[in-house]
Design a binder for this molecule. Structure first.
Ligand SMILES: *Cc1c(COP(=O)(O)O)cnc(C)c1O
Length: 476
């Protein structure tokens, strides 16, 4: 399997060649040159497989340059009940992504049972083990530099902690994350994890990462890498749980299901799109946004109009506060019939702060054929949905999952199972739960005392040169 760029001007690469990188050299995103396809027989064989077996079945089609035995070992080490142990009462951690049925044909697909209790662990834990394996083979090391306002940073740190050949330098805005999120990251004592608390806001952190990455000489000399949401391996890993959820919610492969996906960077639902392209019987992929609704606007109108950070709202589902959905380019590549010239033209506009309208040339008319629908929520909707879930089904959901459930209920159809992807546990967003329900969420075992653990972090000015110097000192 080779990977090509959505902008069509980079050479095709193998999986391990693109694993450690980000964008393709031409500025595009990597996608497989063709999607593997599962026939009815293939799907019938997969029904009844456990998570690790399914993961191998799917990922071995995408990862053809790691020997099968090694890939199986990496998967077996990643997807264990011990790693994904934070399940709801009554759910079996062996399922890895248990299906929690609310009522007939309405389910939560629980993706938040990993170490940071958010769905990013599903892919990031695999990435940690893939990085360690590939770097050891190549006799190399990597210094991952990232900026976070919450979920991505902690998920990356928990995936990379203790991994040979990997250091993580994670910038976060000093004093601006929730106490829980801060404690989750800063309590890590592993010598390869460096928390840098920047005196500034999230955008300052991101600017530093950009400045360091644009210093190509520094980047090369210090083996600087990233684990951002456009990483192909993360998308590929997420494809697996669409299969797992499908088999758990259906009795045979003639049935269709729909998925409702709380969306920000379009990474999660992009994996659903790929699962559908691979032959999984998905009827609708329902894109759910919060007030930052650029994606909902596109799926309603055909116009994609990313917004700047000044027009990005801070909401009570903060991990979806994104107004430029980086993985969206992957879907549009397929939508325009894989015409890389067209993608270059469209993102030529976007990269200059513009917008595009796919009603021209009737491209937008093809969206329905890909199964997409959408909707958005407000803070009041989230509060109402959290209360409704608690009163109706006695289940506590977080604000992001509430965005998904709200839109799922609007888009539900008779006799089509609807699976809402649960992207975080409520314990991660205590303040919102308290506001909605007047009570505290239960914390998973082992996290009760998180804020009182000793913390390890470095406070720094918002200065790229200081960060560079810090990296050089720590890796000397
Ligand atoms: C990252 C995140 C999302 C958004 O996922 P995308 O892949 O960026 O669309 C939704 N919910 C939670 C809790 C997240 O951490």
């Amino acid at each position: 399997m080779k990977y090509i760029s959505t902008r069509g001007q980079s050479p095709a690469q193998s999986f391990t060649e693109i694993l450690l990188g980000g964008l393709a050299p031409d500025g595009g995103l990597y996608l497989p040159e063709t999607y593997p396809h599962f026939s009815d027989d293939g799907l019938a064989r997969m029904r009844g497989m456990n998570y690790r077996e399914l993961a191998f079945e799917v990922l071995s089609r995408f990862i053809t340059d790691i020997p099968a035995d090694d890939l199986q070992a990496i998967i077996d080490k990643t997807y264990t009940a011990a790693v994904y142990c934070n399940v709801r009462p009554g759910e079996n951690a062996e399922d890895i992504t248990p299906l929690h049925t609310l009522e007939p044909d309405l389910h939560l697909l629980c993706l938040s049972n990993g170490p940071t209790i958010a769905f990013k662990d599903m892919a990031m834990q695999l990435l940690g083990n893939l990085f360690e394996y590939v770097l050891a083979k190549a006799g190399q090391g990597i210094n991952i530099l990232g900026a976070t306002s919450g979920d991505t940073g902690s998920s990356a740190e928990y995936a990379m902690r203790g991994k040979h050949g990997v250091n993580v330098f994670m910038l976060s805005p000093y004093g601006k994350m929730s106490r829980f999120q801060t404690a989750q990251m800063f309590s890590l004592q592993d010598p390869n994890i460096f928390n840098i608390a920047v005196k500034g806001v999230f955008d300052d952190c991101q600017d530093i990462v950009k400045a360091v990455s644009n210093d190509h000489a520094f980047k090369q000399a210090n083996h600087i890498g990233a684990v951002n949401s456009i990483n192909w391996a993360r998308v590929a890993a997420q494809v697996v749980y669409y299969f797992k959820g499908y088999f758990a919610a259906t009795a045979d492969n003639r049935q269709q299901v729909s998925f409702a996906v709380p969306s920000g960077n379009f990474g999660n639902v992009c994996a659903g799109h790929i699962a559908r392209m691979m032959g999984l019987p998905i009827r609708h992929l329902v894109v759910a946004t919060n007030e930052n609704d650029v994606l909902d606007e596109f799926f309603r109108t055909g116009v994609y109009r990313p917004r700047g950070s000044a027009n990005t709202y801070h909401t009570s589902s903060p991990s979806m506060d994104i107004s430029k959905a980086s993985n969206f380019e992957r879907f549009v590549f397929d939508l325009v019939g894989r015409d890389a010239g067209k993608v270059r033209e469209l993102w030529g506009e976007v990269d200059q702060g513009g917008a595009f309208d796919l009603n021209e040339g009737s491209i937008f008319g093809k969206v329905a054929g890909f199964g997409f629908q959408s909707g958005s929520s407000s803070h009041a909707n989230r509060m109402q949905t959290i209360r409704n879930a608690w009163e109706t089904w006695q289940v506590m959901i977080d604000t992001h999952t509430a965005d998904g459930l709200k839109v799922a209920l609007e888009r539900r159809e008779a006799d089509v199972p609807m699976l809402v992807l649960e992207t975080a546990l409520p314990a991660k967003f205590e303040d919102s739960i308290r506001e909605a329900l007047g009570r505290d969420p239960v914390r998973p075992a082992g996290m009760a005392d998180l804020e009182n653990l000793p913390q390890r972090f470095q406070v720094m000015e918002a200065d790229a040169n200081a960060v560079k110097q810090f990296i050089v000192e720590k890796t000397a």
